[in-house]
Design a protein around this ligand. Structure first.
Ligand code: EPZ
Length: 422
């Protein structure tokens, strides 16, 4: 199994090109199932979650040309199957996003219920409630979910009031509504930039959607699908990760392709910690002014501080003067990285959804275990400032959402090697 070895103490300077956003690419790939017209996608990230989604689409019968240089053409004409088996769903939760487009277009789909993952139980009740609000019947037995649209005329437009601004359930509601009869209003939607990117792609495919990026989205159904082309938006979480890495090592990194408006509450929190993020001609630059200051931070739905940057921010706070309190409000179990950071010498107390980080703690390189995508990146960042060498095991977690991590860091001056095998 691959692992990364990092020698600490090397300042990062240079530039990193941000890839396309995994969390926009996955729902957009699923959305290709809605239409029998060609969809050309560009700026796809070369990460294993995208490979897994492409594998799933091929299993349904989608013909795919590419990817070549982050670009591919999807032809969802010969769909032969509308069932997503446990084998795929257990490997990648986001495969659950194929449910809405399959039901919307073919009137039926069957999918294994995704189990929990290391960061939380992650139920799918809001997705199923959204489909039921458009007239679908939902049956669950033996860990398998069967969803069927009303025979006469398929899904019906209606009002979907989400109990929580869930990103995934907003994608599900939006995609299903594009094929429903009449208008649908979705209330208390997620406002993440990825929602806007999916809505933009659906509009290019012919859908009539208003309000993406706000708490209220309106969709006119019975879309007349047309051939479309779409570039996936830059990955704001990857951008935020490298900005934090630069600040951590006291260097200056230009994150090309990064956009300030996608970072929501990140800049304000980093500013309070003594790190200024400002736009450059090609993207964003993070600049540190003196020692890092401890700052309290609470994660939340966009535009609050993203939960996907919480672990990386925690590593930054281990090197800040003072005590910072980090509250995780989106997932109930997203502190799996704490014991691994403690192994490196970090001073962190954690109870329930609150962690208190006492800085500045000198870190010492050691062998640590990655538990999920973002936790593994927080350990790589810790390795950049730890004394000696740090080994991060199970980096398959990182490959799921970060393209060429060691190449990008090495080009900015990091000493980092990938080792394969036992
Ligand atoms: C998306 O997950 C992202 N994944 C996550 O990124 C990200 O952390 C999350 O949004 C929040 O920003 C993708 O886009 C593929 P949610 P998603 O539905 O859609 C609860 C990463 O590291 N909930 O907004 O699953 C849920 O349990 C990943 O790239 C229900 O209770 O997130 C959670 O506590 C990790 N019922 C909260 O809502 C539901 O039906 C937010 O989940 C759905 C969600």
């Amino acid at each position: 199994m691959d692992r990364l070895q990092i020698e600490g103490g090397h300042r990062l300077d240079g530039s990193v090109q941000v890839a396309g956003a995994k969390n926009a690419a996955l729902p957009i790939l699923a959305a290709s199932l809605l239409s029998d017209r060609d969809l050309v996608l560009g700026n796809l990230p070369a990460v294993t979650d995208v490979t897994a989604m492409l594998e799933l689409l091929r299993e349904f019968g989608v013909r795919i040309d590419g990817p070549r240089q982050g670009r591919l053409v999807l032809h969802a004409t010969g769909i032969v199957n509308t069932e997503a088996t446990w084998d795929i769903v257990r490997r990648m939760r986001a495969s659950f996003l194929v449910l809405a487009p399959l039901v919307a277009r073919f009137g039926h789909a069957r999918i294994s219920r995704p189990g929990g993952c290391s960061i939380g139980t992650r139920p799918v009740d809001l997705h199923l409630e959204a489909l039921a609000a458009l007239g679908a019947s939902v049956e669950t037995a033996g860990g398998v979910i069967d969803v069927t649209a009303p025979r006469a005329g398929g899904l019906q437009g209606g009002r979907i009031n989400l109990a929580f601004p869930s990103v995934g359930a907003t994608h599900t509601a939006m995609m299903a509504a594009t094929a429903a009869r009449g208008e649908t209003e979705i209330v208390n939607c997620a406002r993440e930039p990825e929602i806007v990117d999916v809505a933009t792609c659906l509009a290019r495919m012919g859908a009539r959607i208003e309000g993406a990026g706000t708490h209220r989205i309106r969709v006119e159904g019975l879309t007349l699908w047309q051939p479309a082309e779409h570039m996936i938006l830059p990955d704001r979480i990857e951008a935020g990760t490298y900005l934090i890495a630069a600040a951590l090592t006291g260097g200056q990194v230009e994150v090309t392709g990064g956009r300030l408006e996608h970072l929501g509450g990140v800049c304000e929190v980093l500013d309070a910690a003594g790190v200024t993020v400002f736009p450059s001609d090609r993207g964003l630059i993070a600049e540190r002014h003196g020692p890092l200051r401890s700052v309290d931070m609470t994660t939340g739905p966009f535009p609050a501080f993203p939960t996907d940057l919480q672990a990386q921010f925690m590593t930054l706070m281990t090197q800040a003067e003072g005590v910072s309190t980090i509250r995780e409000t989106v997932f109930e179990n997203r502190f799996m990285h704490v014991p691994e950071l403690q192994r490196l010498g970090a001073n962190i107390e954690h109870r329930g959804s609150v962690a208190r980080v006492r800085g500045r703690s000198p870190l010492d390189g050691a062998s640590v275990m990655a538990t999920d995508l973002r936790a593994s990146m927080c350990l790589v960042l810790a390795g950049l400032v730890a004394r000696g060498w740090t080994t991060v095991n199970r980096v398959y977690h990182i490959d799921r959402g970060y393209e060429d991590v060691e190449g990008k860091l090495r080009r900015c001056g990091a000493r980092i090697e990938r080792r394969t095998g036992a």
